[in-house]
Design a protein around this ligand. Structure first.
Ligand code: GLV
Ligand code: MN
Ligand code: MN
Length: 400
């Protein structure tokens, strides 16, 4: 498993020690090709569905137990996010194949398309569950041009994505191993996290439009500076969340100024806003508060504002029985565990809508993730893979 993990980490490797495999870019497509080839060379069946989800299959009579995650990354991301889940899923299949065990389920290791949302977010997993909407495709997080270019590079057709939908009756469940991406396990000195629920998130593209002007001659009192509107809003986002929504998080992850020069007052500012909560009502209230705060800049700085929703994922509970199975698997391997909530989004939240879904977390050093310095000690990766294997065997046995 280590050799395979390292081979994948070399694809799209960055000088800082991470990977940059944006969804359906060349490094991502190369990683997906590597995965299929590795599975084929081990004698597993492979398949690619109409949403581009890549799978290795170890067939048997009976419904399919999906094991998966994603091989795409955020820009300048880490080696573990997603990749650990795909490599370990593949190695569960290889371990079962090598053992000669006959299971009452088909095992499928699946690499979902565009989990991270550089294009849409949970694109492949939502296509598989039937939750992918036309609206999400019309107004994607990464913009229409990037989506169209990515689909074309991957040989995918937008009008066929929904054909990836699976019959829930064909599935026995879904399991995903992932790094925690936060500090809880490390601080609690636990080896395994049993994920009970996954955060909800919403993202919006905001565009403030003012008037570009000469940076030397336009009096400070007469400016309609879109850049300042965006900057003031970004600072206010932190204030609003810390003061009124202390259990939520919100991020302005990108601000682009146009035309973007030393000597031009910014005429347009485009901003990426994302916020998350585990509570649906709180998400609604936070949305109202943040968008009202953005609108306040319209009068304050005499700018126009366009707001476009570009992503919406609901808070999700994972399956109780699967939580129990994961916990029992950890106990059986004498690994310490704790139940916890995920503040990161995952393909499991899509799968949970149609089949019992569960997740195993392993500790992230210093809780760092979405950063090239992301690290999980290899012993912890192996522990997680063993829990994934044991939990998969238990679920298979329960469905016999
Ligand atoms: C995915 O990693 C996300 O939570 O944004
Ligand atoms: Mn991930
Ligand atoms: Mn991620």
């Amino acid at each position: 498993m280590r050799a395979d993990f390292d081979a994948l980490a070399a694809i799209g490797a960055t000088a800082a020690g991470g990977v940059d495999r944006r969804s359906l870019g060349s490094a991502h497509l190369e990683a997906r090709g590597w995965f299929l080839e590795r599975a084929r060379s081990a004698g597993l069946e492979t398949r690619v569905d109409p949403a581009g989800n890549h799978s290795a299959v170890f067939g048997a009579d009976g419904p399919t137990l999906l094991l998966g995650s994603h091989l795409d990354s955020v820009p300048d991301g880490g080696r573990f996010d997603g990749a650990l889940g795909v490599v370990s899923a593949l190695h569960v299949l290889l371990a079962v194949q090598a053992s000669g065990l006959e299971l009452p389920v088909t095992l499928e290791a699946i690499d979902f398309t565009d989990e991270e949302g550089t294009l849409v977010g949970l694109l492949g997993s939502e296509a598989l569950t039937g939750a992918l909407t036309m609206e999400a495709l019309r107004a994607p997080r990464g913009g229409r041009d990037a989506l169209e270019a990515g689909l074309e590079r991957a040989g995918l057709k937008e009008e066929e994505l929904a054909a990836a939908r699976r019959d829930p009756g064909s599935l026995a469940g879904y399991l995903e191993l992932h790094i925690e991406q936060g500090p809880i396990l490390e601080r609690a000195h636990r080896q395994i996290g049993v994920v009970t629920s996954i955060v909800g998130a919403r993202s919006f593209s905001l565009a403030f439009s003012g008037r570009a002007g000469h940076a030397g001659t336009t009096p400070m009192t007469e400016r309609r500076d879109a850049g300042l509107a965006a900057a003031a809003f970004a600072v206010a986002v932190e204030e609003v969340v810390r003061r009124d929504f202390p259990s939520c998080v919100a991020t302005v992850g990108d601000i682009r100024l146009e035309p973007g020069a030393f000597n031009v007052v910014p005429g347009v500012a485009r901003l990426a806003l994302e916020f998350r909560s585990s509570d649906l009502q709180e998400l609604d209230s936070l949305e109202v508060a943040l968008l009202a705060r953005a609108r306040a800049e319209v009068t304050r700085r005499r700018v126009a504002l366009e707001i476009e929703p570009v992503g919406r994922w609901e808070p999700t509970s994972l399956d109780q029985e699967i939580c129990d199975a994961i916990e029992a698997a950890a106990d059986g391997l004498r690994l310490s565990s704790v139940r916890l909530h995920s503040g990161a989004g995952h393909d499991a939240q899509a799968l949970a809508a149609i089949t019992p879904a569960g997740m195993v977390f392993v500790p992230s050093v210093e809780g760092l993730s979405h950063d090239p310095g992301e690290l999980t000690h290899w012993d912890d990766c192996v522990n997680g893979a063993n829990v994934l294997l044991e939990a998969a065997l238990a679920l298979a046995a329960a469905r016999a």
